[in-house]
Write a protein that binds this ligand. Structure first.
Ligand code: GLY
Ligand code: MN
Ligand code: MN
Length: 461
């Protein structure tokens, strides 16, 4: 009788340890291998006349753990540094080139299960050591007329490919005092030099087209990212008080997001208050928050490489002034009206027109300066990147995920407001993936009366 609690405790500890180890022992792939095979099959249809060679990400030179680039990850899910993925649209097969051993995988925190049965674990047809790449490409060039490869720069954690390319053009490619190519541009040049009889074509648009429509498995991952984002940003709202520094809020966000299961942040935390409102992506987190300030927080976690995009706007002291309420409710009206109209088949122009009709019916004066500056509609796709690939859609389709992000800025008043959620288009309309944040003025004011984590800790210690 006496030792029963000890035995019970032993079993509880054991059960907890087993649960924890199964949670930590993730396999090589985030999704079932059939998910990636399905994506590759669709990609193969787009390259029926050639073979795609896709470079995986190299390790970072900073002390940061490895992340795969998004296009490579999308097509095979493997996170081994310096891998190369070959997708043959003619023979309909996939070859993965990499070199890894138990030590190199464990060092990156990666599963070692790929070592036992690479095709079985990954679903690719064949694997080769990366040291074979030169011979492999030589043989390939003798067999195929077309080699496809992504021309766009690889998208790494917290990066957005299109913006990255524009930035690299200015700072590097077209800079007369630099002139380097991107890694991809260099690879294209080398392929053309070494294999002049082969045509080298861009396959970025094909991968990106697939990425714009999310599969059920991706949607589930994005729901998880959204839940974590909602929880973390709500905790930050609740904790905000005059007298705090913005960096305290940034640290709290990161703590809650990681505690809830985020692997990283989708983008560096954007926070503007006071005189920083005009700088829409203000990153420095350096202001002391004062009574009367209004703050815009734009933050999202990354979960298994999938991002979510959320912005909240609220008074630092938890009580809206009449002017803050006016502009906030105008932005929220645009946000809500957009959600009410989103449905498959609508163009972004039609969304804007229908939103205007709703706002007029609600009595809003659309001639107001701030309505002219910003209406609802479509911000940008969200997915493996926060400004995900694909540009703006012409027509909404089920499976698209994007940001609804009306924004209004009044520099002369030290005021700005943005109401942003991540939206999924479904057959019957839309689903707000990031639902659950206090959004109404009264809800925000009531929510901010509660103690946040710093206030609870202060009372306790
Ligand atoms: N999170 C970046 C943006 O909304 O533009
Ligand atoms: Mn955002
Ligand atoms: Mn956004």
């Amino acid at each position: 009788m006496k030792d029963r609690p000890i035995i019970l405790r032993f079993w509880l500890v054991l059960a907890a340890a087993v649960l924890l180890s199964s949670a930590l022992a993730a396999g090589t792939l985030s999704f079932d291998k059939a998910e990636y095979a399905g994506r590759r099959a669709k990609f193969m249809e787009k390259i029926p006349d050639g073979v795609a060679v896709i470079l995986g990400a190299q390790p970072l030179t900073s002390y940061h753990h490895y992340y795969q680039n998004n296009d490579f990850l999308y097509l095979c899910g493997v996170e081994i540094p310096n891998s190369v993925l070959v997708i043959d649209g003619v023979q309909k097969q996939t070859i993965l080139l990499y070199t890894a051993n138990e030590r190199s995988l464990r060092n990156e925190g990666l599963s070692t299960d790929i070592l036992k049965d690479p095709p079985g674990v990954t679903g690719v047809d064949r694997v080769l050591p990366i040291e074979e790449l030169t011979n492999f490409l030589g043989r390939l060039a003798g067999q195929t007329k077309v080699i496809y490869t992504p021309f766009e720069p690889e998208e790494l954690m917290r990066e957005c490919s299109l913006e990255k390319f524009r930035y690299l053009q200015r700072s590097m490619i077209l800079n007369p005092w630099d002139g380097r190519q991107t890694r991809e541009g260099q690879f294209v040049n080398l392929l053309r030099q070494k294999f002049p009889n082969v045509e080298v074509r861009d396959c970025s648009p094909f991968i990106w087209e697939l990425r714009t429509i999310k599969s059920p498995a991706e949607i589930e991952a994005m729901r998880r990212a959204a839940r974590i984002g909602v929880k973390a940003i709500s905790e930050v709202m609740k904790a905000t008080r005059p007298g705090m520094y913005e960096y305290e809020l940034a640290a709290l966000y990161e703590y809650v997001a990681k505690k809830e299961g985020a692997q990283d942040l989708a983008y560096y935390i954007v926070m503007s208050s006071g005189e920083n409102h005009p700088y829409v992506h203000y990153y420095k987190h350096d202001r002391l928050l004062k009574d009367g300030d209004f703050i815009v927080l734009d933050i999202g976690p990354d979960v298994n490489y999938y991002d979510t995009d959320i912005t909240i706007s609220y008074p630092v002291n938890g009580k809206f002034t009449a002017r803050q309420k006016e502009v906030y409710e105008a932005a929220k009206a645009v946000h809500d009206a957009s959600i009410a109209v989103y449905r498959p088949g609508l163009t972004t122009e039609q969304v804007k027109n229908e939103v205007d009709e709703i706002l007029k019916k609600q009595g809003f004066d659309l001639t107001k300066d701030y309505f002219k500056r910003m209406r609802g509609g479509f911000g940008h796709y969200v997915g493996l990147a926060v400004h995900d690939v694909g540009g703006g859609p012409m027509v909404l389709k089920p499976g698209m995920v994007f940001a609804n992000e009306p924004l209004m800025i009044f520099p002369e008043e030290n005021l700005g407001v943005r109401v942003e959620d991540t939206i999924l288009i479904i057959e019957t309309g839309s689903e707000v993936l990031t639902a659950g944040i206090p959004r109404k003025v009264k809800e925000i004011e009531a929510f901010m009366k509660k103690d946040g984590i710093p206030q609870v800790l202060k009372k306790k210690y």
